[in-house]
Design a protein around this ligand. Sequence first.
Ligand code: GLU
Length: 421
Amino acid sequence: MAEATTQETLNPFAIAQAQLDKAAEILHLEPAVHALLREPIRELHVTLPVKMDDGTTKVFKGFRVQYNDARGPTKGGIRFHPDETIDTVRALAAWMTWKTAVVDIPLGGAKGGVICNPKEMSPAELERLSRAYIRQVGRIIGLEKDVPAPDVYTNPQIMAWMADEYAFLKGYNEFGVITGKPLALGGSKGRNDATARGGMYVIREAAKVLGIETSGATMAIQGFGNAGQYAATLGRELLGTVIVAVSDSKGGIYKADGLDPDAVIRHKQETGSVVGFPGAEPISNAELLELEVDILVPAALENVITAANAPNIKARISAELANGPTTPEADEILWKNGVYVLPDFLCNAGGVTVSYFEMVQNAYDYYWDLETVHERLDRKMTAAFHAVHEAAQRFDIDNRTAAYVVAVDRVAEAVRLRGWV
Ligand code: GLU
């Protein structure tokens, strides 16, 4: 997370509420609907004793926040991160609610988190922590209730352990309880790169309305986990972009005439970081954000673009694959400066969209080929982009507020139809 250099709040939940407030005003939302949508419907705090490899027992704190289920069962990933707080999980659960609504899939929003440092844990410790989490949270999840998935520092193997633990709780297999599973355990083709792929489809549509030629356009990517790595390979494959800079938590690299994404991924697999990649110049995470590029892709954590550095952002498009990378004050600066922001819960909605496809396939026990997944994902992302673009034009507002207007309107309609207010 970036350090606070101004007085603006960096509490992600306060930010999520402020973003909602803006849309509520434009939509003239009834006070009761607005009040309901400002808070999670329910949340569970859990304490998890886990046996460590050295024989000691460590006690971890975890959360599951089910933000709103008016449109269907709640959905959202689980993060394993040392800086996790209940407020980050609340914000991420709110963003999941808007995310599922903006791509118009019949799900609500949720998020889970465990305060831990997975980089310091062995695979066996991570397995015991994952199972302990499900033993507690298992009572409130289920394919008709709430469906977790991978997020920061969780992956298909962790989903497999969790699905297995849940199967023991129930006494039978229920693959649809969790998504992002390995293919051998009911995973969907195309889930691995879905977040980045969905983002590329949205960039493609944005470039069309902006009159930008993506072939040969320069791209800088902050964060080199699942979303960042696939953004690099798919940026080249689907859009023809030139990846000039990438970074991870240890630092970044820059090469004016373009990096080979596959070689950088291999380097990271071998050394643990992109840093030190042969033939590239070192660059800091902060410098990467301020590069003069066509497309900037924040793909790491929240609050990296703040009032302090927003005036220096020179990209034409900021495509947010991370959740919550931009603060509200930064948003206003980017809007004034003409940086075209593709907001997180639109731009990174490809992951949950293919998660939804995975749930559908699990329910039918019949699996789609990769082309079908890609084609259906493309249709969802393209429709979502144009709904947001039209709202932005109609109300003369920035894309984030427009995405809120589209999503909140849909959730509010479901709330009213249910007779909740
Ligand atoms: N964790 C991803 C997100 O933030 C995916 C969630 C899901 O697939 O349920 O969108």
